[in-house]
Design a protein around this ligand. Structure first.
Ligand code: ADP
Length: 713
């Protein structure tokens, strides 16, 4: 304070003007230095506090302007200011009655007022106040005379500025005005605080809005991600649904967290019921294929979860929720997280019930086939068509005269067949390479070591590799039919010999019958004539039987001769019709209208076939039933059918019905006489004409015998 007084004295002595100004500044500097000395940290904090309100250089606000207007009205002054004291200026937030928005701090009355923050500072007449009499605001515009300022003290005790009223004439405030001014000053502070809080609130609000916006954006991207996820889940689900296999996904405990539609079909359980169930739960009745219990720790999913390794092609037996047992082929794959830890598994299930059971049945029938083959003492063989390598069983080698453990090639086997039959066998084998059919043929072989003649019956079955159209390999059985063949031969020889021996006496009997018949006619003995005619028909029957036997014998020797000529088959059938009308009264034999069809064949032998068919139809069907004979042409062949409504032929007998001496054995057949030669002869005749012969029949429901002959061009 001493320095200030000295300067003030000097000031009075020095002329006014710039020096005063300079001094004023000096005063201010000194005040500041003084203050700085005492309260420099305080001032810094005050300025910091002021800044925290963010009030400086803001626009005027009505709330503050109302308060200055109020203060001016209360104190009856033209000017009222809300002034904040900044580092080197005072700035007016509200300036009622004054245009200026700020002045230098060195001229500021408020700087003085805030020195004593609790007190209202009054300057009755600035011209008389040594502190202000030279102040340009006193000496010039706005010609301050009276000043009263109440410091604006914030919550922390910092005087930020003041609410002041100013007049251009000297004045003193009444007690009530002073009190009111203090109240208004508190209002200013409240407003300021409110404003700061509002601002904080606004910032917080902005932050909140921003966070909200970010949250919304995050929500939006989450929603998009969820919908993308749902979409890809749907896609995966669709894929999983069309793969045709049941798919279950489990967590690390083996509890089902996902199941596709096919899986629900396999287990006959809906999705909701399946989710959360253990893959080893008793509800699935998990079994091994042999029906024994599948322990939980043996289940593929348990193993995959435990070992982290896939378990593939495991067959299990389950019982679905409708009580149906099902064989399933399943794979279990472990699911690993980023660190390689197993945290679930995928189980896939394919319903293989049908193929599994088929395979089992196949195994069974393979076994029974094997035992049948071994009990029938059959040889078996298999041959790859590309390599022509023959794999023959020991028994087959024996039948060809080789030792059972000795190699036997296809060529070596063929070499054992006598030349008379070799080409025929090779032709059948070649045909089976290309045609997907079952073949069966008989031929003799001369044993490789023992040179013994054996007759063999070989079956050929063709096989294709999956996906191939051509036959890949052949396999079959070989049976020793030597005994049967020799038997047949003996029988044929015997029949041939007997028939020959019987024919000569029969020729003589025929001659005597003709002589007797002529004599009976000449003497007019009709009774004798009738008896002779009956003898004649019995002799005819016997003759046709003997001829049949001879045919069979000739066929066995390959001696049957065809006398071919070109004739109209319709003509032949018409004659058969006339014959039937004359001789058959027991049945109605109907002939369908015929068209002209020429064939080149042995007419009497073709007639023999047709007559045999018609006679059999009569023989093996009840009296008064219909027999239908039809004939038409197709694919360059004449097709002739004889259809009856008789006893029919059991399916098991049909393949052998054209074999020599074969007859169906049944109760019904006991009183049907015959030798089983007719159809055998028919087959030989038709096949020698390059035609085909066959039957379609249902036991108890009648038969249709048919044959075809090539049409003559
Ligand atoms: P056979 O009639 O003398 O016995 P076949 O060779 O003509 O000799 O016939 C062989 C066997 O075929 C007969 O024994 C019979 O069992 C059966 N058969 C032939 N034709 C018929 C038919 N139309 N209906 C039922 N079975 C038939």
């Amino acid at each position: 304070m001493q320095i200030i007084d000295v300067i003030k004295k000097i000031k009075r002595l020095i002329i006014k003007g710039l020096i005063i100004e300079y001094l004023c500044r000096l005063t201010q500097q000194v005040v500041l230095i003084n203050m700085a000395e005492n309260t420099s940290t305080n001032e810094e904090k005050r300025l910091e506090a002021l800044k925290s309100y963010n009030i400086l250089d803001t626009d005027t606000e009505k709330d503050f302007d109302d308060l200055t207007a109020l203060a001016a009205a209360i104190c009856e002054t033209p000017i009222s200011l809300i002034s904040f004291v900044d580092l080197d200026r005072q700035w007016f937030k509200s300036h009622h009655g004054l245009d200026a928005r700020q002045t230098d701090r060195c001229h500021s009355f408020c700087s003085h007022a805030i020195q004593d923050p609790e007190q209202l500072m009054q300057v009755e007449d600035a011209q008389r106040d040594i502190r202000f009499q030279d102040n340009p605001l006193v000496t010039g515009s706005p010609d301050i005379r009276f000043y009263a300022g109440m410091p604006l003290l914030d919550e922390d005790g910092y005087a930020l500025g003041s609410l002041c009223v100013i007049d251009q004439k000297p004045k003193i405030l009444s007690e009530a005005q002073q009190k009111a001014l203090k109240i208004v000053a508190r209002q200013v502070i409240d407003k300021l605080l409110l404003r700061r809080n509002n601002r904080k609130l606004m910032i917080a609000n902005n932050d909140l809005t921003e966070s909200n916006r970010k949250l919304k954006a995050a929500e939006e991207s989450l929603r998009n991600a969820v919908s993308d996820l749902r979409e890809s889940k749907d896609k995966i689900q669709n894929i999983l649904d069309i793969v045709g296999e049941g798919i279950s996904i489990t967590d690390s405990e083996g509890l089902i967290t996902y199941t596709n539609g096919r899986n629900q079909e396999i287990f006959q359980m809906d999705e909701q019921s399946m989710l959360g169930l253990s893959i080893t739960a008793p509800v699935w009745h998990n079994r091994k294929p042999d029906g024994s219990r599948l322990r939980c720790d043996e289940h593929p999913v348990t193993l995959a979860l435990k070992t982290g390794k896939p378990v593939l092609d495991f067959v299990i037996l389950i019982i679905d929720q409708n009580g149906h047992p099902k064989y399933l082929r399943m794979n279990a794959m472990p699911i690993k997280d980023g660190s390689g830890k197993v945290d679930g598994a995928i189980g896939s299930f394919a319903d293989i019930t049908e193929s599994y059971l088929l395979q089992e049945r196949l195994k069974e029938s393979e076994n029974s086939l094997k035992s049948a083959i071994s009990s029938a003492n059959l040889g078996t063989w298999q041959m790859n068509i590309d390599s022509a390598v023959l794999e023959a069983s020991g028994r087959m080698k024996e039948l060809y005269g080789f030792c059972p453990d000795e190699p036997m090639s296809f060529e070596a086997a063929v070499a054992q067949i006598p030349e008379s039959h070799r080409q025929e066998v090779i032709a059948i084998m070649n045909a089976s390479n290309t045609k997907d059919e079952r073949y069966e043929f008989e031929y003799p072989v001369t044993g490789y070591h023992d040179k013994k003649l054996r007759w063999l019956r070989t079956t050929v079955q063709t096989f294709k590799n999956p996906g191939d159209t051509a036959v890949s390999y052949l396999s079959g059985t070989i049976a020793d039919i030597t005994e049967r063949k020799l038997d047949e031969q003996r029988r044929t020889d015997f029949i041939g010999m007997v028939s020959h021996e019987l024919r000569n006496p029969l020729t003589a009997i025929n001659l005597y019958i003709q002589l007797l018949s002529r004599s009976a006619k000449s003497i007019g003995d009709t009774v004798l004539e009738d008896k002779i005619s009956k003898i004649d028909s019995q002799v005819q029957r016997m003759e046709s039987l003997i001829n049949g036997f001879l045919d069979v014998a000739r066929m066995g020797e390959g001696k049957i001769q065809l006398e071919k000529s070109k004739f109209d088959i319709a003509d032949l059938i018409r004659m058969a019709q006339e014959e039937c009308q004359a001789t058959i009264n027991s049945h109605r034999v109907n002939f369908e209208p015929l068209e002209l069809m020429h064939v080149e064949a042995d007419r009497s032998k073709v007639e023999q076939v047709l007559t045999n068919f018609i006679n059999n139809a009569v023989k093996y069907s009840p009296a008064n039933t219909d027999i239908k004979v039809t004939c038409h042409q197709k694919d360059g062949h004449v097709h002739i059918y004889v259809q009856d409504n008789g006893m029919g032929i059991p399916a098991k007998d049909q393949p052998y019905i054209f074999d020599r001496f074969y007859r169906v054995e049944s109760d019904e057949m006991k009183n049907k006489k015959g030798f089983g030669m007719g159809l055998y002869i028919c087959k030989e005749i038709i096949e020698r004409h390059n035609g085909h012969i066959g039957v379609s029949s249902t036991e108890g429901d009648g038969s249709t015998f048919w044959f075809t002959l090539p049409i003559s061009q």
